[in-house]
Design a protein around this ligand. Structure first.
Ligand SMILES: Cc1cc2nc3c(=O)[nH]c(=O)nc-3n(C[C@H](O)[C@H](O)[C@H](O)COP(=O)(O)OP(=O)(O)OC[C@H]3O[C@@H](n4cnc5c(N)ncnc54)[C@H](O)[C@@H]3O)c2cc1C
Length: 495
């Protein structure tokens, strides 16, 4: 089956009738519900884009020959790796990087499952076959995915097995001829319920021990599987027009708590079962983390380019671009962008074939980028806030401007250096929605946390970094100085 269109994506969602709840009520049809319908239209646009630029976004399936999405393509050469990223960039240029879970994110993971399927067969050869077949099924049917990696925040000082209620987190309850019955809760599925299927995978960062084997799982099931519920947080799409909420009105992905009530996972959908050791290795050994980070860095670049554009347009609109500290803040954003581009270039141009036959980017470059961006993104949002000042709050709505009585007053009062009031407020509303509205604040929170806790990631980064060579340089340098120890302290002290 060829890549799907936007209409097919919507039709599937209607038919699936996933079990989604918001505001305490079950949603009849997500495609019509005000909390979801606009982002669903944006997702549909992404799928349609595959046919608007088929040469950029589609390729011939290696199994059926059908035209399938290039974000599923397994790269064998550096050119193909870049081609794949260019397809990712097409989508990112539409979303401006604010839809972190556009389908390219998890398609990267799916792609690695096809290449590295053998990894999943360590306990049971069936699981390797499951991984390979699932990846093929997802690609051939252009399956849209949500995913969940983490356990609820009950007591982070204890492992799951030692929680006061050890049954809160998703765990295995029973195995029978049909599959594995699982029960409990997982977090935090962005786009939960507005996609076709869910992948349950181990955390990329938190490592589990043997006692957590019952919680150590990887599987994928349709979102309308009986017993599966998506409990959605309040929507940040307030049903406003695209002047008032230029981003939230299109790209509000939603985040959900996922509740499994004795859900049967068929045997052919299990990839890892009750094995914390395999779970701990999964992302690194299959190189899923590398290919997902490749997508993330592309997204970060698209997002920073857009943010820089907003910063520069805003500066220009109120004539602050000549001030020294304002220029310096613009420079900070520019340096971030150029830095991320350099990481990407190095990652792609130093790519190597991995043991699974995938052309895999240089993880040193990507790992630095994924550890750095969460630290710097809050600063980018802060820069926009600082430069916007009162203008971030002086943001009359479209209806205000449409009022015969106050519209003309506002249009005059809100004028900028080279723009009229209505146009200036449009720029500031965009800046606000990118950084300060509920939608904008979530962007900052998302960038900080979505790939895992940056503190723990930073500790892991420090531990894996090749530090000895730098210490050796210093040791050699100090040796060259040839300074003898003064006799007064040469006491033979043992340290
Ligand atoms: C907007 C958004 C979207 C997300 N989307 C998804 C998604 O689609 N799928 C998905 O699976 N996940 C998603 N996540 C979840 C994300 O993976 C987690 O937020 C991240 O892994 C951090 O885990 P946590 O939230 O459980 O934080 P916690 O682990 O509970 O940490 C809370 C605080 O305690 C500190 N802390 C906790 N344990 C320790 C420790 N052992 N040592 C030192 N400090 C500690 C942390 O540093 C942090 O400051 C999303 C998160 C956000 C914010």
């Amino acid at each position: 089956m060829p890549a799907k269109t936007g209409a097919e994506y919507i039709e599937r969602l209607k038919k699936a009738n996933n079990n989604v709840y918001i505001g305490g009520e079950r949603v009849d049809d997500v495609t019509e519900h005000p909390a979801f319908k606009n982002v669903i239209q944006s997702m549909a646009k992404l799928y349609d884009m595959q046919y608007e630029k088929p040469e950029k976004m589609l390729y011939d399936s290696p199994t059926t020959g059908d035209k399938v999405g290039k974000t599923f393509m397994m790269p064998k050469t550096i050119d193909q790796l870049i081609e794949r990223r260019e397809a990712i960039m097409e989508w990112q240029s539409f979303t401006k990087g604010v839809m972190g879970r556009s389908p390219d994110y998890l398609n990267a993971e799916v792609m690695t499952m096809e290449a590295a399927y053998d990894f999943y067969g360590q306990d049971n050869p069936l699981f390797a076959e499951n991984a390979r077949k699932y990846a093929e099924y997802a690609r051939e049917n252009d399956i849209s995915l949500t995913h969940t990696l983490i356990h609820p925040q009950v007591n982070r000082a204890k492992i799951q097995a030692e929680q006061k209620d050890a049954n809160v987190a998703l765990h295995v309850v029973e195995k029978n001829d049909d599959g594995v019955v699982v029960d409990g809760v997982r977090l935090l599925a962005t786009q939960g319920g507005i996609t076709d299927e869910i992948m349950v995978f181990p955390s990329t960062v938190k490592k589990a021990g043997e006692k957590d084997d019952p919680y150590s799982l990887a599987f994928a099931i349709p979102n309308n599987t009986p017993g599966l519920r998506y409990l959605s947080r309040e929507s940040f799409d307030y049903g406003m027009n695209s002047y008032d909420h230029p981003l939230g009105s299109k790209f509000e992905e939603g985040d959900t708590i996922v509740a499994f009530d004795h859900v049967l996972v068929p045997w052919d959908r299990i990839f890892i079962l009750e094995n914390s050791t395999i779970c701990n290795q999964a992302f690194a050994e299959t190189n899923a983390v590398v290919h997902m980070t490749h997508q993330v860095v592309a997204k970060d670049i698209a997002k920073t380019e857009f943010l820089l554009g907003v910063v520069l347009t805003l500066m220009d609109s109120i004539g602050i671009d000549g001030f020294q500290h304002v220029k310096d803040k613009g420079t900070e954003v520019m340096l971030t962008l150029e830095n991320m581009k350099s990481h990407l270039f190095r990652a792609e141009h130093n790519a190597k074939l991995d043991k699974w036959g995938m052309m895999t980017p240089d993880f040193e470059a990507l790992n630095a980028a994924r550890n750095w961006y969460p630290r710097v993104y809050p600063r980018l949002a802060e820069i926009l806030r600082i430069l916007g000042a009162s203008g971030m709050m002086g943001i009359p709505s479209y209806d205000d401007f449409a009022s015969d009585e106050i519209g003309p007053i506002l249009h005059r009062a809100m004028q900028g250096k080279n723009v009229e009031g209505f146009e200036r407020v449009q720029i500031f509303r965009l800046a606000w929605d990118l950084t300060m509205s509920a939608f904008g604040s979530r962007q900052t929170h998302y960038e900080y946390y979505f790939f895992g806790d940056p503190i723990k990631m930073g500790m892991a980064y420090f531990d894996q970094y090749d530090k000895e060579k730098y210490k050796d340089v210093v040791k050699d340098f100090l040796k060259q100085e040839n300074i003898s120890k003064p006799s007064a302290i040469n006491s033979g002290m043992n340290v």
